[in-house]
Design a protein around this ligand. Structure first.
Ligand code: MG
Ligand code: MG
Length: 265
């Protein structure tokens, strides 16, 4: 069941998603060699709760293991998504994808950004840049009258033209009062296929892109998704509302990029 949102509901979704953007910016302030993802998680949870919201990831249930313990997913290097915050210090040259979700005034926010820790190999920076660009290439297709497959096809073509692997096992999703609503929004697909996009639909688009092969597996913790070939992965995510001529991006990287300044990719 795909729920179309009213303009008022879209504004509530925007508030929640802007809080996610501001939370990611708080996290961005701390990212440097030596910091642990548990410290990042604590910062995010405090910021979310201080702003009257709830971290939706915390306690999220999985059929594969215990509920998710963190307020953020922190996925380092060859971890693609769903990394559990831990006490291992980040080191120079790492990349860390931070995914964050909030519930504010009854509506969900969901957005993710992959950060460099200090100086990162230019080839890996290129992966990050391409994944971020792929997100916007996908968003260009998030317009009334197109289909979900148009988004996936655009993301896939763009990333595969750079010889990167596009993860199939995890996908974007509808979003609203629930973090995961219909329809699923794959990062691969065929033009003109899948559910019709209509004004008022709100979806999270989230390319998960691998430097090498697209093959991934779940670690024994029941959460962390990792590349099989141990090459790097990147993940960027925006929540958007389908518009008549263009998508309305409800989340924001602006706060993050203000913090990163000329270190923004
Ligand atoms: Mg997310
Ligand atoms: Mg999501």
């Amino acid at each position: 069941m795909i729920y179309l949102k009213t303009d008022d509901e879209i504004e509530l979704l925007r508030q929640s998603n802007l809080l996610v953007g501001r939370t990611l910016a708080e996290v961005a302030k701390l990212i440097k060699p030596g910091v642990t993802t548990r410290q990042l998680d604590k910062c995010a949870e405090e910021f979310i709760r201080d702003h009257g919201a709830v971290p939706t990831f915390k306690g999220f249930k999985s059929p594969y293991g215990p509920p998710f313990p963190g307020a953020i997913c922190a996925s380092v290097n060859d971890e693609v998504v769903h990394g559990i915050p831990n006490d291992i210090p980040l080191k120079e040259g790492d990349v860390v994808s931070i995914d964050c979700g909030t519930l504010l005034n009854g509506f969900c926010g969901d957005s993710a950004y992959t950060f460099c820790v200090g100086e990162v190999d230019p080839e890996i920076v290129e992966l990050l840049k391409t994944t971020k660009k792929a997100l916007y290439v996908g968003i260009e297709n998030a317009v009334h009258g197109k289909r979900v497959g148009d988004i996936g096809c655009a993301v896939q073509d763009y990333c595969e033209s750079h010889s990167y692997g596009v993860v199939r096992e995890l996908v974007g999703h509808g979003i609203g009062k629930e973090m995961h609503e219909d329809p699923p929004v794959p990062n691969y697909g065929k033009k003109g296929t899948g559910p019709l996009l209509k004004k008022g639909m709100c979806i999270a688009i989230e390319p998960m892109i691998c430097q090498g092969s697209r093959q991934v597996y779940m670690m024994d913790d029941g959460w962390t998704i990792r590349t099989r070939d141990r090459k790097m992965a990147a993940h960027f995510e925006h929540t958007v509302a389908i518009g008549i001529d263009k998508a309305d991006i409800l989340s924001s990287f602006e706060y993050i990029e203000q913090v990163l300044g000329d270190r923004a990719i």
